[in-house]
Write a protein that binds this ligand. Structure first.
Ligand SMILES: [Zn+2]
Length: 95
């Protein structure tokens, strides 16, 4: 018998996104309906040390688009399937 342990997440399980600067400071922003109304809330620089994280803003725009898409897809009603992402690197529960 083979037992397989996998960890998966659905889009609706994603509650927040964490940005960590190379200085170690973290900024956690919620993902959800509020994000869509507020628009781009992706930080472009570290709130602690002021280091710019993006040069031209395109990375921040792409992240905002990704987060907006996550929020939209997580709110989808009536889908006949469930989309899950497998999380790699978690410790094996059998050990
Ligand atoms: Zn920093």
């Amino acid at each position: 018998m083979t037992i397989e342990t996998r960890a998966t997440v659905e889009l609706k399980d994603l509650a927040a996104v964490e940005y960590q600067c190379n200085c170690g400071a973290k900024s956690v922003r919620p993902i959800g309906g509020g994000l869509r109304e507020r628009g781009n809330t992706v930080p472009v620089k570290c709130e602690a040390c002021g280091e710019l994280w993006t040069v031209d803003g395109s990375v921040a725009r792409h992240i905002a688009q990704l987060l907006n898409l996550v929020a939209v897809l997580a709110d989808q009603k009536g889908a006949r399937f469930t989309l899950r992402f497998e999380v790699a690197g978690l410790p094996d529960a059998r050990k």
